[in-house]
Write a protein of this length. Structure first.
Length: 133
């Protein structure tokens, strides 16, 4: 029953997209994956252009990102100048702690003794974001 439903769904999808070959299916899957990783504004821009292939999808995404980049860079530079002229991007970000696999050892600052550390959040190192066994 599940197989039949999945088969029907895929058939409806390929018919609606007019996909007849494996290459066309493969290209459509690549195009969908490109759309899945794009930022919201870029995704909307690309969808509005109705690309037929993954090459068109990536080309439209590149064009939109290039068009939005100079405006964003100019805004960032003016904000930096107004904030006190701090050089470099990302000066407001906290440093990312080094990642340790479970059971991996690190040297602590208390006596240089090797201890084990339970890994936490990959971004901030907080242990409350992740279940500990």
């Amino acid at each position: 029953m599940l197989r039949t439903r999945l088969h029907d769904l895929l058939s409806y999808y390929t018919e609606s997209k007019k996909i007849k070959t494996y290459e066309a299916l493969f290209d459509d899957l690549v195009s969908q994956q490109i759309l899945a990783i794009l930022p919201y504004e870029t995704k909307n821009f690309v969808i509005s252009k109705q690309p037929k292939t993954s090459l068109e999808t990536s080309t439209f995404a590149d064009h939109q990102l290039q068009m939005s980049r100079p405006a964003a860079a100019a805004a960032t530079q003016s904000q930096t100048a107004q904030a006190g002229g701090a050089a470099g991007h990302g000066t407001n970000r906290k440093p990312v702690p080094p990642l340790l696999a479970q059971g991996q050892q690190f040297q602590s600052s208390r006596g240089g003794q090797a201890t084990t550390k339970t890994p936490g959040c990959f971004i901030c190192g907080d242990l409350t974001h992740k279940k500990i066994k």
